[in-house]
Design a protein. Structure first.
Length: 302
């Protein structure tokens, strides 16, 4: 009897392990796996089914997945989801963590990827009609609801900030600012219509420049526009932010009860009737120093 060639043996062994993995009863072990994830991270997960995915990098697939991130206080779910771990870069070696959520509770899709390179990180995401309402917060509603599509590709190097580059490109339609209550700074009691929204941010040579950042148009209850830049430093909290925020209210919204508290706060920043503007020119360390009123903006000179 002729002995099989080593190549044939390897193929048979590979096929054996492949079919073992495919037929492995993951559903019988998902409770134990989710329990270990919860103990290690505090993230509570549930799913109707669990298995393997072989499209692209091998990964774990889920059906009717629900994720409760207790430390951050929010939940999200999806009809279909896949989580993968792969090689993000060869040198220095770094793993890539990615996942896709299809048909989240609002019907949109989300893909994300994160590469931890020590001092350098790679962050990517793609959104397709993803609605902020898909993320359920414990204490407050999602700040903005409405379908948002676009992509994010960022390479951040905190050891050598000048090597940081990338972009953020997002666009939304029929956006609505949900009721918020942060007295005395920002309070509205009813949903406020923004309509369209667009964000374009480019990062080059360690500087993040806001190319376009606007919610609302001439038909909206309120229009918000941001301009400015963030210069990254090796010490992230020493990064310097120059930012200007312009707020424009429609006559109907400005005269409504819903805008009363907001108008009271914005009165310090009044430029003209229904138009307000404020600015920040500080390091991130100064902005996060609550004891020195660091987060508070300054009015724009008339």
């Amino acid at each position: 009897m002729t002995k099989p060639a080593p190549k044939t043996i390897l193929i048979c062994v590979a096929l054996f392990f492949f079919f073992v993995l495919v037929q492995f009863p993951f559903k019988n072990f998902r409770g134990k796996i989710f329990e270990q994830i919860y103990r290690g991270s505090g993230i509570l997960m549930t799913a109707d089914d669990m298995g393997l995915s072989f499209f692209g990098w091998p990964g774990i697939s889920f059906t009717n997945l629900n994720v409760d991130v207790q430390s951050a206080g929010f939940r999200i779910g999806a009809k279909e989801a896949v989580v993968r771990v792969g090689i993000g870069q060869l040198w220095p070696p770094a793993l890539s963590y990615s996942g896709s959520l299809d048909e989240v509770s609002t019907g949109g899709d989300l893909w994300f990827r994160f590469v931890d390179g020590g001092d350098a990180y790679r962050i990517g995401a793609e959104l397709t009609k993803f609605d902020g309402k898909a993320i359920t917060f414990y204490q407050t509603p999602a700040p903005i609801s409405g379908p948002i599509s676009g992509d994010i590709d960022l390479g951040l190097n905190f050891k050598q900030p000048s090597e940081s580059s990338g972009y953020v490109r997002l666009e939304g339609k029929n956006l609505v600012l949900q009721p918020q209550n942060y007295p005395p700074y920002f309070s509205i009691s009813e949903p406020t219509k923004f309509g369209p929204g667009k964000i374009i941010i480019n990062i080059s040579n360690g500087v993040a420049e806001i190319v376009e950042f606007q919610f609302g148009d001439g038909k909206s209850d309120m229009t918000i526009k941001l301009t400015g830049q963030l210069k990254l430093e090796p010490n992230f909290y020493q990064s310097h932010l120059k930012l200007r925020l312009d707020v424009q209210m429609s006559d109907a919204f400005a005269n409504s009860q819903n805008a009363r508290d907001l108008k009271g706060y914005l009165s310090t920043f009044l430029l003209s009737n229904g138009s307000y503007a404020m600015q920040w020119d500080k390091t991130l360390a100064q902005l996060t120093d609550m004891g020195s009123f660091g987060p508070l903006p300054q009015p724009i000179p008339r």
